[in-house]
Every structure is written in C-alpha cells, then in structure tokens.
Design a protein around this ligand. Structure first.
Ligand code: FAD
Length: 301
C-alpha cells in the first residue's frame, strides 16, 4: 500500500537458525514482536512502533529434498553434493521453500520443474511465510492445498512441524496461531511444463482484467462474508452495490476496477486508508446489514 511508519527494530535473519535467534533475542528483552513477509497484506500505522519486526525477506531459498529423505523433515540447509543425482520429479515431486521465498518465485520454480499445484497463486504477491500464515490463494487453490507440512517456531521458541491436518487451514487463515513460519514442504503433481505455464498465464490474464494490479494496494481489504448472510454476494460485490467505488479520503480511494481494493493514488497516509476502510465497512453494514471483516492486517502503533 506504500503507507505507514517505522518500527524501532528491524531484524532480517537469513537462515532458520538465525530466525530463531532473532525471535529469542526479542523475547529475552521482553519486546513486542511482529512478523513481516512482503508486507502485501499489512497496513502499518503512521508513526514509530516501539517493538521488533522480524522480516523474512533475506530467507529466500527453494530446493528439492535430497534422495533418501522421504521420511525426514528436510527443511535444513543441506546443499546437494554435486555428485548427488536428483531423482526425476515423478519419483519425488516435493518442493521445499523457506519463509522469505516470494510466492511468484515458488510458482515459477514449480513450473520450471514440471510440477503442478501452485498455479492458483498466479498474481498473488508476498512470501511463503506470510502466504502460509494467511493461507493465500483464491478461486483456483490455496497455498496450503498441497503443503505436506510447515515448519514453525512455536511460542516456546522451539522448531515444530505442523501437518496440514494439524494446522487445519481455512479461508485466509493458515492455522499457525501466531507461530513464526520457517518454511514449508509441498507435494506436487508432475505435469508437462507447458500445461502448467498455460494455466498460470490464463489465471494471470483474468487477474489483470478484474484487479487494479498496477496500483499500490494491499489486495482485498475485506474477507468474503458468509454466503447465507450476504445472499451470495462477495465483499467486492457488496461494496460495489452500495455505490462506494471511487469513494476517496485523502489520497486513498476505493478502486474503480475492483470494489474490494483500496488504492493509494499517491501520498496517502495510513490514517487515510484506515478511515476509508472504516467508512466502507460502516456504510455496508448500515445499508445491507452485513458486517464485513478485514482481511488485511492493521498494525497499530
Ligand atoms: C495486488 C495484490 C493482490 C493480492 N491478491 C491476493 C489473492 O489473490 N489472494 C490472497 O490470498 N491474497 C492476495 N493478496 C494479499 C497478499 O498477497 C497475501 O496475503 C500474501 O500471502 C501476503 O504475504 P506477505 O509475505 O506479503 O505477508 P505480510 O503482508 O508481510 O504478512 C501477512 C500476515 O502474515 C504474517 N506473517 C508474515 N510472515 C510470517 C511468518 N514468517 N510467520 C508467521 N506469520 C507471518 C504477518 O504478521 C501478517 O499478519 C494480494 C495483495 C496485493 C497487494
């Protein structure tokens, strides 16, 4: 969204062990902690937040598991020996990524290997850690769909493995309950590279048609409401029907292209965006009776 202030501390670990050290260092000093991935789904308040932001951007790593690790938790940094022949993807269709890997990079790596299952992430910005925490995705699939397990640092500061069944991810909720995501392992389906590519291209075309992808935004502001309560209308459809497209506060505006997006027309403050979010939510509630819930995270100071 390109708004918001600063944090007193920013830590950028480069490995899972450093990530844990960062977490423990902040805990030992009794400082409040927040986790930051790509920031695609966060609207931080203006001003300075007196806490520690742990950012995973430097933890960009994608790899395939070494042969013979079928039953292990292969999230460690083992470099395959140059002499180790990697099995064809048909034999081991797993892909591993650390928290700071961007979702587009993960999707491209799968495509290049001829692995299918992550195409639904086409056009979704952000990183693996934030994506797992949010269960990012949409109509064509979510990030957790093919995840075999996720490694987290739990509230006690220990590494812990969570299977999909244990996390029980739901719509825009990865079920990690505030644990710090370290990385994940996906079990994908071998498929011809060109078929995967075509699918991604089709989804991207659709996204570009309906979303303001070239503007500064935080993606969808509201979660889609319960279909029964909203008579089947999505959050975007509700905002649109209330006539709120184009509503502007400061330089923040409800997108003309997609009513569930707020865009920064240049120079907006977080305060402009917060006020507009509240205004839209209140007007929708008054006129339709549907209470919309924020999908984006507001980081208050
Ligand atoms: C143009 C645009 C289009 C978008 N389209 C979609 C879409 O189609 N579908 C969709 O689901 N989302 C969409 N989004 C939202 C966003 O891309 C996703 O929510 C994405 O997963 C956010 O990843 P991130 O790394 O940027 O997370 P951030 O925004 O940095 O963080 C999001 C949340 O995850 C937490 N978090 C971050 N890293 C970690 C970690 N390592 N461990 C634990 N918690 C962590 C943060 O504290 C925060 O609560 C869109 C956003 C934009 C700007």
């Amino acid at each position: 969204m390109r708004v918001g202030g600063q944090a007193r501390w920013l830590l950028e670990p480069t490995t899972p062990e450093e990530l844990r050290e960062a977490y423990l260092a902040a805990r030992e000093r009794d400082l409040p902690i927040r986790y930051l991935g790509g920031g695609a789904n966060i609207i931080p308040a203006d001003g300075v937040w007196e806490g520690v932001v742990i950012c995973t951007t430097q933890m960009r790593r994608i790899f395939r598991p070494l042969p013979g690790t079928e039953n292990d938790s292969p999230l460690e940094e083992d470099e395959p020996d140059a002499r180790t022949a990697m099995p064809p993807v048909e034999q081991d269709p797993r892909l591993i990524a650390w928290a700071g890997t961007t979702l587009p990079a993960l999707m491209r790596a799968a495509r290049d290997l001829g692995l299918s299952g992550l195409e639904g992430l086409a056009g979704v910005p952000g990183q693996v850690g934030g994506g797992i925490a949010m269960n990012a995705g949409g109509t064509w699939g979510d990030l957790w769909d093919h995840a075999e397990y996720v490694q987290v640092i739990n509230h006690g500061g220990e590494f812990q493995t969570l299977t999909r069944e244990e996390a029980n991810p739901t719509y825009r909720n990865g079920g990690v309950h505030g644990s710090l995501v370290v990385g994940a392992v996906w079990r994908l389906e071998p498929r011809p590279r060109l078929v995967v590519q075509e699918q991604i291209a089709e989804y991207l075309r659709h996204k570009r048609d309906v979303q303001p992808v070239t503007e500064s935004s935080a993606g969808c502001i509201f979660k889609n409401p319960d279909k029964e309560k909203s008579e089947g209308r999505s959050a975007g459809a509700l905002v649109d029907q209330m006539g709120l497209k184009g509503l502007t506060i400061g330089a923040a505006q409800v997108s003309q292209k997609h009513a569930n997006f707020i865009i920064n027309n240049g120079g907006a403050t977080a305060s402009d965006v917060y006020q507009l979010m509240d205004e839209v939510r209140d007007r929708v509630a008054q006129k339709s009776g549907v209470e919309l819930e924020f999908e984006v995270k507001r980081w208050l100071v």
